[in-house]
Design a protein around this ligand. Structure first.
Ligand SMILES: [Zn+2]
Length: 187
């Protein structure tokens, strides 16, 4: 069972070089940036939002291997973003709301399945979601289910309460892990 004391994640570091100007935004219930925050009558927020300005470099929290590069993570009229799925030891992280065309590996090429990364490596940039809100949308999975991370019909969750995330059944609440990463980075 997932636990922040798990040695696999004990040395993870924060996905940005600095703390957000607004502080620990992933804990801001009033701004609905927390895990489980209301999004729609049939959907709750499946990750946490770490607010940073558009184009801010996003850093790998640990060494990892790319599972998928996802175009059109958010595909709205006025903006689009990418997402990167990464296997960090047993965990799967989806780095979401990335700037299109800027999710690049160490050779400057768009990430491919099986590409590897080092901890702290720049893996992309914050994308543009809305005029007043740019962020890394950080999703986390334990890695013991298979298939698409997004699953509109799934109501069964093994590790979180609630059933409206529209995600894979091994979804985790990233909050304590992000707290740990911030501490490890000295924030
Ligand atoms: Zn989000």
């Amino acid at each position: 069972m997932a636990d922040v004391a798990d040695p696999f994640c004990a040395n993870w570091t924060f996905p940005f070089a600095t703390l957000p100007r607004e502080g620990r935004t992933w804990l801001q219930t009033a701004r609905r940036r927390t895990f489980g925050a209301f999004r729609a009558s049939d959907r709750d927020h499946a990750g946490v939002d770490i607010i940073q300005p558009v184009t801010t470099p996003v850093l790998a929290i640990s060494a990892g291997t790319v599972l998928k590069f996802q175009r059109n993570f958010t595909d709205k009229k006025n903006f689009e973003t990418d997402a990167l799925w990464v296997d960090h030891d047993t965990y799967v992280i989806r780095y979401g709301e990335l700037r299109p065309g800027q999710s690049r590996n160490g050779s400057g090429k768009t990430w491919k399945v099986g590409d590897t990364m080092e901890q702290g490596q720049v893996i992309g940039q914050v994308g543009y979601v809305a005029r007043d809100s740019q962020m890394l949308h950080f999703e986390m999975y334990w890695g013991d289910s298979t298939g698409n991370l997004s699953d509109r019909t799934n109501k069964i969750y093994k590790y979180v309460s609630g059933n409206k995330y529209q995600r894979r059944s091994d979804l985790l609440d990233p909050t304590e892990y992000v707290n740990l990463m911030a501490r490890n980075s000295g924030f």
